[in-house]
Write a new protein. Structure first.
Length: 452
């Protein structure tokens, strides 16, 4: 068991809030710092500004136990902390490069306050070489040689607490082995490999991991297009591929493509880094191009079913970039909304948690209280986010509300055969135009029937 200690976390967004709250849950005393006063006021009351399953309960538990606090004043958190985690945003600059302004501002804020032996732990996703850069800023600010440990975060929104508390691996990169070992002690709760590398390797591991996952999705989207051209069912192809442990079946879901706060900016940033180093990132660029086309493919499927789109009404089921989160950063829904609005389509939408955020981003959309209202008068529905509750819908009631019973399933999520038997025109990604049953797992069937 690691000795309990004082931790400061700079940035109380999706990553910082989960990091701080989970360390408090593990018994440490954690002060979370954010420059957003309203966010801090809400968090201090136990009122979460983001949706992340299970997080509100843990935040309240931490507040009640006196182990978790929120402040806008770094001076109230940093001087007494042995570890200062950086979890501020690193968005894309216009050239694709990661914008380090927020990070460097936070580093300058903490520099004069750091305790002598404090370690700065870098959770934000940052370009190769940033740990060294930050060590330089710290040294020029206070003359000391504070260590930076790159500790990329791999949590997924929607399952962030589970991912943080049960990581697949912990990566710690530093120019000083002893600093990485001290941070490793914080993770002794985790039953997984702890990899100690140099800082730049740790930074690269994060970009390579996210880019690989994005590539898997773009790859299967390309395969889905080829399957469609040959009248094949991509689900059966994925089933046949996924049993190979070298391939695996995760992240092989065709549809509207990847989005969110990480993949788009991280693929862009890696492309930028490669080009700056005179390396041609051919695969990464193709991964990006395939993804950019996916929402347009959904629009083409609408056109094939409805004809001219101008003047039609389309209902969107789901808006967040994936289920389990209200995050709309680079969500495919926003691109879809943009393209459909250009074509003068009236849009109605429902999402279980993302509508408050969506209102300001897409004022042209009519937001509805439930999926049935979103279907009212619609010529077609597009399933955008695979929220599990959409599997429970009374599709006959949905159909009765629609002007034309057309569904474009942007995540290959719904039961196309059942929908077609109800009279829907069902279109998905990489499926034959006449839906067939999903893949049959013969091993599962055999088990069900008591066969060997
Ligand atoms: P976010 O935008 O949700 O949160 C960042 C927070 O930092 C904001 O609340 C902002 O007000 C605060 N902030 C900005 N400047 C500050 C300063 N000087 N002092 C204190 N607070 C400051 O971002 P996020 O999604 O939590 O991502 C943070 C980092 O983690 C990014 O680099 C991201 O790439 C990486 N990451 C994110 C995820 C994810 O799923 N969201 C997963 C892994 C890694």
């Amino acid at each position: 068991m690691a000795p309990l200690t004082h931790i400061a976390v700079m940035g109380s967004g999706y990553v910082g809030l989960v990091t701080g709250t989970c360390f408090a849950r593990l018994g440490h005393t954690v002060a979370c710092v954010d420059i957003d006063g309203e966010k801090v006021r809400r968090l201090t009351r136990g009122d979460l500004p983001i949706y992340e399953p299970g997080l509100e309960l843990l935040v309240r538990e931490g507040l009640d136990a006196g182990r978790l606090s929120f402040t806008t004043e770094a001076a109230e958190a940093v001087p007494q902390s042995e570890f200062v985690f950086m979890a501020v945003q690193t968005p894309s600059a216009s050239n694709g490069e990661a914008d380090l302004d927020a990070l460097l501002a936070a580093v300058r804020t903490i520099t004069p306050m750091l305790a002598d032996d404090a370690i700065m732990v870098q959770k934000s996703t940052v370009p190769i070489g940033t740990a060294g850069l930050v060590e330089g800023v710290l040294a020029s600010g206070n003359g000391s040689s504070h260590r930076v440990v790159a500790n990329p975060e791999f949590l997924r929104e929607g399952t962030a607490i589970r991912d943080f508390l049960n990581p697949d691996r912990v990566v710690l990169g530093s120019s000083t082995h002893a600093a990485a070992v001290r941070v490793a002690q914080l993770y002794d709760f985790a039953d997984c490999p702890v990899l100690i590398t140099d800082a730049s390797t740790a930074e690269m591991i994060k970009y390579a991991s996210n880019s690989f996952l994005a590539a898997k999705i773009s790859f299967i989207n390309e395969i889905a297009g080829i399957c469609e051209a040959f009248g094949l069912d991509v689900r059966r192809v994925v089933d046949g591929m996924g049993h190979d442990p070298r391939i695996g079946s995760q992240f092989l879901g065709p549809g509207l493509g990847w989005g969110g706060s990480c993949f788009p900016k991280d693929v862009k940033a890696l492309i930028h880094m490669a080009k700056a180093a005179d390396v041609s990132p051919r695969i990464l660029q193709a991964v990006q191009r395939v993804n950019a086309d996916q929402p347009r493919l959904a629009v083409r499927k609408l056109q094939e079913s409805l004809g001219e789109l101008e003047g039609t009404v389309v209902g969107l089921l789901g808006l967040s970039f994936k289920p389990g989160t209200d995050d709309l950063r680079h969500a495919p829904s926003l691109q879809l909304i943009e393209v459909l609005t250009e074509q003068r389509v009236s849009l109605r939408a429902y999402d279980p948690v993302a509508m408050d955020r969506a209102r300001s981003l897409a004022p042209e959309v009519t937001f509805c209280d439930d999926p049935y209202t979103a279907a009212e008068g619609a010529d077609a529905l597009v399933l955008v986010t695979e929220w599990p509750q959409f599997l429970e819908l009374d599709m006959l009631a949905i159909k009765q509300r629609m002007r034309r019973p057309v569904i474009v399933d942007g995540r290959n999520f719904l039961d196309g055969v059942a929908l077609q038997s109800l009279g829907f025109t069902y279109r998905a990604f990489g499926l034959p135009s006449t839906p067939v049953e999903g893949p049959t797992d013969l091993a599962a069937l055999a088990a069900l029937e008591g066969m060997d």
